[in-house]
Design a protein around this ligand. Sequence first.
Ligand SMILES: [Zn+2]
Ligand SMILES: [Zn+2]
Ligand SMILES: [Zn+2]
Ligand SMILES: [Zn+2]
Ligand SMILES: [Zn+2]
Length: 290
Amino acid sequence: MMAKQEEEEEEGSSPNEAIFFVLAYLPVFELLSMARVCTSLRDAVKNDRLAWLRMVVDRPLNRRVSDDRLVEVASMAEGRLQALVLINCLNITDDGLFTLIHHNPLITKLHIPGCTSLSAGGVVRAVQLLTKDNHRLRSLKISGIYGVRREDLQTLRGLVEHNVTRQERGKMLYHHHNKIESDDDPCIDVDICPKCNDVRMVFDCPRHLCECRGCDSCIVRCIECGVCIKVIDQEAEAAACADALCLTCWLKLPKCNFCNKPYCSLHANHQYILLDSPGFICATCHSKFN
Ligand SMILES: [Zn+2]
Ligand SMILES: [Zn+2]
Ligand SMILES: [Zn+2]
Ligand SMILES: [Zn+2]
Ligand SMILES: [Zn+2]
């Protein structure tokens, strides 16, 4: 049994036991934001060592959270944070990030993609702090941050790759499963695109022997399988969402009963399911006929 001693002693006395048990499975930031007024829950979260190893801010809080709020919540980590994941947190600035990192120097994973208020200089400063002395940043995701130049990327590489024992870079494959973190991910998510020379996420092709390596503004790829779609001799198949699909994936996916267009797996939740017949209607057809 993994139950803590005091929980065993007080068994049955606390109405919140079930909530405390669930703590480990909930993202700390969301939980605290929901529980601002409940001091016992707040204390439970604060004292839960494991909960603080990782802080994730994703939808829907990411569009609202400010520097002050982020720093306030993170202060409860008391320096324990090992992973900081901020997805599209539009209001977080260099100052907020730096304050947070200053108090949590043991972060090994810094994922801040799409945090568009951060600057390249701010990212470099943060990474310098997380790699100096015995600090061990190993994984950095910064796609979608504006103004990262080739020189900045070189600086970042020098700092981060120094900490990575296995130097081999994982391959970045383009499909929605990318959103799930994998241990094979490269230590920095952006690279120099060999086609346009910009610092972007650069993808390899899963097609055997294809050398179409490039960023997604240079190469159109099937959202499902990541193969390149050569716009000249092979049109992308029409999908109900804005994503491109290759013919093989298009054939496999279920289609709208009216327009015969499929959703990619990522957008399958936009389907309107019919009660009286099999299949679904896409959002466009649904709004046309209602
Ligand atoms: Zn490119
Ligand atoms: Zn495909
Ligand atoms: Zn290719
Ligand atoms: Zn349709
Ligand atoms: Zn889609």
